[in-house]
Design a protein around this ligand. Structure first.
Ligand SMILES: Nc1ncnc2c1ncn2[C@@H]1O[C@H](COP(=O)(O)OP(=O)(O)O)[C@@H](O)[C@H]1O
Ligand SMILES: [Mg+2]
Length: 234
Protein backbone atom coordinates (compact mmCIF):
# COMPACT_ATOMS: atom_id res chain seq x y z
CA UNK A 1 0.00 0.00 0.00
CA UNK A 2 3.03 2.29 -0.04
CA UNK A 3 2.52 5.18 2.34
CA UNK A 4 -1.24 4.73 2.55
CA UNK A 5 -2.40 4.13 6.16
CA UNK A 6 -3.81 0.66 6.79
CA UNK A 7 -6.60 2.00 8.99
CA UNK A 8 -7.64 5.60 9.43
CA UNK A 9 -10.26 6.94 11.85
CA UNK A 10 -11.61 10.40 11.08
CA UNK A 11 -13.69 12.26 13.64
CA UNK A 12 -14.95 8.98 15.06
CA UNK A 13 -17.30 8.89 18.00
CA UNK A 14 -19.34 6.18 19.61
CA UNK A 15 -22.32 6.02 21.91
CA UNK A 16 -24.14 2.90 23.07
CA UNK A 17 -27.90 3.09 23.06
CA UNK A 18 -29.30 3.15 26.54
CA UNK A 19 -31.78 0.45 27.43
CA UNK A 20 -33.60 2.48 30.05
CA UNK A 21 -35.78 5.48 29.27
CA UNK A 22 -33.21 8.16 30.24
CA UNK A 23 -32.69 10.67 27.46
CA UNK A 24 -29.19 10.77 25.99
CA UNK A 25 -27.13 7.82 24.85
CA UNK A 26 -23.95 7.11 26.73
CA UNK A 27 -21.13 8.70 24.72
CA UNK A 28 -17.95 6.68 25.11
CA UNK A 29 -15.70 9.02 23.10
CA UNK A 30 -15.82 11.45 20.19
CA UNK A 31 -13.56 13.37 17.77
CA UNK A 32 -11.13 10.44 17.57
CA UNK A 33 -8.45 10.73 14.89
CA UNK A 34 -6.10 7.80 14.47
CA UNK A 35 -3.86 6.65 11.69
CA UNK A 36 -2.43 3.12 11.72
CA UNK A 37 0.53 2.80 9.38
CA UNK A 38 2.14 -0.37 8.13
CA UNK A 39 4.54 -1.98 10.66
CA UNK A 40 3.50 0.39 13.43
CA UNK A 41 2.92 -0.74 17.02
CA UNK A 42 0.05 1.27 18.40
CA UNK A 43 -0.89 1.07 22.09
CA UNK A 44 -4.17 2.31 23.55
CA UNK A 45 -4.12 3.02 27.28
CA UNK A 46 -6.83 4.25 29.63
CA UNK A 47 -8.63 3.19 32.76
CA UNK A 48 -11.45 0.62 32.82
CA UNK A 49 -14.51 1.81 31.02
CA UNK A 50 -12.66 4.52 29.07
CA UNK A 51 -13.56 2.83 25.76
CA UNK A 52 -10.45 0.86 24.75
CA UNK A 53 -12.38 -2.26 23.77
CA UNK A 54 -14.95 -0.19 21.88
CA UNK A 55 -12.19 1.57 19.95
CA UNK A 56 -10.42 -1.68 19.08
CA UNK A 57 -13.62 -3.29 17.89
CA UNK A 58 -14.21 -0.26 15.64
CA UNK A 59 -10.67 -0.59 14.27
CA UNK A 60 -11.24 -4.31 13.73
CA UNK A 61 -14.45 -3.53 11.83
CA UNK A 62 -16.70 -5.40 14.26
CA UNK A 63 -18.44 -2.31 15.63
CA UNK A 64 -19.71 0.47 13.36
CA UNK A 65 -19.12 3.81 15.08
CA UNK A 66 -22.12 6.04 15.58
CA UNK A 67 -20.16 9.02 14.19
CA UNK A 68 -17.29 9.63 11.82
CA UNK A 69 -15.52 7.65 9.12
CA UNK A 70 -13.28 4.62 9.19
CA UNK A 71 -11.11 3.97 6.18
CA UNK A 72 -9.38 0.62 5.69
CA UNK A 73 -6.85 -0.14 2.96
CA UNK A 74 -8.23 -2.32 0.17
CA UNK A 75 -8.07 -6.04 0.88
CA UNK A 76 -6.86 -5.53 4.45
CA UNK A 77 -6.96 -8.64 6.66
CA UNK A 78 -7.28 -8.00 10.36
CA UNK A 79 -6.74 -10.57 13.10
CA UNK A 80 -8.78 -9.58 16.15
CA UNK A 81 -7.96 -11.03 19.53
CA UNK A 82 -10.18 -10.30 22.52
CA UNK A 83 -11.01 -12.13 25.73
CA UNK A 84 -13.77 -14.12 24.07
CA UNK A 85 -11.35 -15.43 21.41
CA UNK A 86 -9.21 -17.21 23.99
CA UNK A 87 -12.10 -18.40 26.15
CA UNK A 88 -14.06 -19.86 23.26
CA UNK A 89 -11.16 -20.91 21.09
CA UNK A 90 -11.71 -24.62 21.63
CA UNK A 91 -15.51 -24.63 21.34
CA UNK A 92 -15.44 -22.32 18.30
CA UNK A 93 -12.83 -24.31 16.40
CA UNK A 94 -12.98 -27.90 17.51
CA UNK A 95 -16.19 -29.87 17.50
CA UNK A 96 -15.02 -33.47 17.44
CA UNK A 97 -14.84 -35.58 20.59
CA UNK A 98 -11.70 -37.32 19.41
CA UNK A 99 -8.13 -36.42 20.25
CA UNK A 100 -7.22 -33.04 18.81
CA UNK A 101 -3.81 -31.71 19.71
CA UNK A 102 -2.44 -28.23 19.10
CA UNK A 103 -0.36 -29.66 16.26
CA UNK A 104 -3.13 -31.74 14.66
CA UNK A 105 -5.46 -28.77 14.89
CA UNK A 106 -2.97 -26.57 13.01
CA UNK A 107 -2.27 -29.33 10.47
CA UNK A 108 -5.93 -29.52 9.60
CA UNK A 109 -6.33 -25.75 9.45
CA UNK A 110 -3.15 -25.10 7.44
CA UNK A 111 -2.70 -28.17 5.20
CA UNK A 112 -0.17 -26.40 2.97
CA UNK A 113 2.27 -25.67 5.85
CA UNK A 114 4.92 -28.17 6.86
CA UNK A 115 4.94 -29.77 10.29
CA UNK A 116 8.23 -28.00 10.91
CA UNK A 117 6.66 -24.57 10.24
CA UNK A 118 3.72 -25.33 12.48
CA UNK A 119 5.95 -26.56 15.29
CA UNK A 120 8.14 -23.45 15.00
CA UNK A 121 5.07 -21.24 15.32
CA UNK A 122 4.02 -23.13 18.46
CA UNK A 123 7.54 -22.85 19.87
CA UNK A 124 7.55 -19.14 19.10
CA UNK A 125 4.61 -18.81 21.49
CA UNK A 126 6.27 -21.00 24.09
CA UNK A 127 4.37 -24.23 23.43
CA UNK A 128 6.83 -27.10 23.85
CA UNK A 129 6.76 -30.27 21.71
CA UNK A 130 4.98 -31.94 24.64
CA UNK A 131 2.34 -29.18 24.77
CA UNK A 132 1.98 -29.39 20.97
CA UNK A 133 0.87 -33.00 21.49
CA UNK A 134 -1.57 -32.33 24.34
CA UNK A 135 -5.32 -32.73 23.83
CA UNK A 136 -6.53 -29.13 23.44
CA UNK A 137 -9.40 -29.86 25.80
CA UNK A 138 -6.90 -30.25 28.62
CA UNK A 139 -4.85 -27.17 27.80
CA UNK A 140 -4.82 -24.37 30.37
CA UNK A 141 -6.30 -20.95 29.62
CA UNK A 142 -2.81 -19.57 29.03
CA UNK A 143 -1.91 -22.40 26.65
CA UNK A 144 -5.14 -21.93 24.69
CA UNK A 145 -4.45 -18.24 24.47
CA UNK A 146 -0.98 -18.95 23.04
CA UNK A 147 -2.40 -21.48 20.57
CA UNK A 148 -5.01 -18.97 19.49
CA UNK A 149 -2.31 -16.28 18.94
CA UNK A 150 -0.14 -18.77 17.02
CA UNK A 151 -3.14 -19.60 14.82
CA UNK A 152 -3.83 -15.94 14.22
CA UNK A 153 -0.21 -15.26 13.22
CA UNK A 154 -0.23 -18.25 10.83
CA UNK A 155 -3.22 -16.70 9.09
CA UNK A 156 -0.82 -13.87 8.30
CA UNK A 157 -3.12 -10.87 8.81
CA UNK A 158 -1.87 -7.38 7.90
CA UNK A 159 -2.90 -6.03 11.28
CA UNK A 160 -3.28 -7.75 14.64
CA UNK A 161 -5.75 -6.03 16.94
CA UNK A 162 -5.17 -7.30 20.47
CA UNK A 163 -7.45 -6.44 23.37
CA UNK A 164 -6.06 -7.11 26.86
CA UNK A 165 -4.33 -10.32 25.98
CA UNK A 166 -2.44 -10.69 29.25
CA UNK A 167 -5.41 -10.41 31.62
CA UNK A 168 -5.79 -13.57 33.73
CA UNK A 169 -2.68 -15.20 32.24
CA UNK A 170 0.14 -16.79 34.19
CA UNK A 171 3.48 -15.00 33.89
CA UNK A 172 4.99 -17.79 31.77
CA UNK A 173 2.25 -17.32 29.19
CA UNK A 174 2.69 -13.55 29.19
CA UNK A 175 6.43 -13.98 28.61
CA UNK A 176 5.71 -16.43 25.77
CA UNK A 177 3.26 -14.03 24.16
CA UNK A 178 5.70 -11.14 24.43
CA UNK A 179 8.37 -13.26 22.78
CA UNK A 180 6.02 -14.38 20.00
CA UNK A 181 4.74 -10.86 19.33
CA UNK A 182 8.25 -9.39 19.27
CA UNK A 183 9.07 -11.84 16.50
CA UNK A 184 5.90 -10.97 14.57
CA UNK A 185 6.83 -8.37 11.97
CA UNK A 186 3.35 -7.11 11.06
CA UNK A 187 1.33 -4.18 12.35
CA UNK A 188 -0.11 -4.30 15.87
CA UNK A 189 -2.80 -2.25 17.60
CA UNK A 190 -3.26 -3.25 21.23
CA UNK A 191 -4.84 -2.27 24.50
CA UNK A 192 -3.15 -3.54 27.62
CA UNK A 193 -2.65 -2.82 31.30
CA UNK A 194 0.53 -4.84 31.33
CA UNK A 195 3.45 -2.39 31.41
CA UNK A 196 5.93 -5.14 30.57
CA UNK A 197 3.96 -6.18 27.48
CA UNK A 198 3.50 -2.57 26.35
CA UNK A 199 7.19 -1.75 26.83
CA UNK A 200 8.31 -4.90 25.00
CA UNK A 201 5.87 -4.93 22.10
CA UNK A 202 4.56 -1.35 21.78
CA UNK A 203 6.24 1.72 20.34
CA UNK A 204 6.45 4.66 22.79
CA UNK A 205 5.98 7.07 19.88
CA UNK A 206 2.64 5.41 19.00
CA UNK A 207 1.06 5.43 22.43
CA UNK A 208 -2.40 6.92 23.04
CA UNK A 209 -4.63 7.33 26.04
CA UNK A 210 -8.41 7.49 26.21
CA UNK A 211 -9.29 10.03 28.85
CA UNK A 212 -12.30 12.25 29.32
CA UNK A 213 -13.91 10.90 26.10
CA UNK A 214 -10.95 11.88 23.94
CA UNK A 215 -8.03 10.00 22.47
CA UNK A 216 -4.73 11.79 23.01
CA UNK A 217 -1.25 10.84 21.95
CA UNK A 218 1.00 10.48 24.95
CA UNK A 219 4.57 11.47 24.19
CA UNK A 220 6.94 9.26 26.12
CA UNK A 221 4.74 6.16 26.06
CA UNK A 222 3.55 4.10 28.98
CA UNK A 223 6.27 5.31 31.34
CA UNK A 224 5.13 8.90 30.94
CA UNK A 225 1.52 7.70 31.31
CA UNK A 226 2.30 5.91 34.56
CA UNK A 227 4.17 8.97 35.83
CA UNK A 228 1.18 11.20 35.10
CA UNK A 229 -1.38 8.67 36.31
CA UNK A 230 0.51 8.50 39.58
CA UNK A 231 0.16 12.24 40.17
CA UNK A 232 -3.08 13.11 38.41
CA UNK A 233 -6.26 11.08 38.61
CA UNK A 234 -6.58 10.02 34.98
N1 LIG B 1 -22.34 -3.49 24.34
C1 LIG B 1 -22.41 -2.42 25.17
N2 LIG B 1 -23.59 -1.82 25.43
C2 LIG B 1 -23.68 -0.75 26.23
N3 LIG B 1 -22.61 -0.19 26.83
C3 LIG B 1 -21.40 -0.73 26.61
C4 LIG B 1 -21.24 -1.87 25.78
N4 LIG B 1 -19.91 -2.20 25.73
C5 LIG B 1 -19.30 -1.29 26.53
N5 LIG B 1 -20.19 -0.42 27.05
C6 LIG B 1 -19.87 0.73 27.93
O1 LIG B 1 -19.00 1.60 27.20
C7 LIG B 1 -17.98 2.10 28.04
C8 LIG B 1 -16.61 1.72 27.47
O2 LIG B 1 -16.43 0.31 27.56
P1 LIG B 1 -15.18 -0.45 26.99
O3 LIG B 1 -14.98 -0.05 25.59
O4 LIG B 1 -15.35 -1.89 27.28
O5 LIG B 1 -14.00 0.19 27.88
P2 LIG B 1 -12.58 -0.44 28.32
O6 LIG B 1 -12.23 -1.53 27.37
O7 LIG B 1 -11.65 0.73 28.29
O8 LIG B 1 -12.77 -0.94 29.73
C9 LIG B 1 -18.24 1.54 29.42
O9 LIG B 1 -18.95 2.51 30.13
C10 LIG B 1 -19.09 0.33 29.15
O10 LIG B 1 -19.95 0.07 30.21
MG1 LIG C 1 -11.73 -3.49 27.59
Amino acid sequence: WGDEPLVMLMDVGHAYEKNDSSTDDAIVFDCVELCVREKSRVTILGENGSGKSTLLSIIAGVTTPSEGTVHRANGLNIGYFHQHSADNFVSDNIDSDGLVTALSFLQEKFPSKTEHDLRSELTRFGLSPKQAGTNVRFMSGGERCRLSMATMCLEDPHVLVIDEISNHLDSESVEALIFGLQKWTGTIVMASHDANLVRSVGDPKECFVLFDRKLQRIEGGIDRYLQIAFHVDW
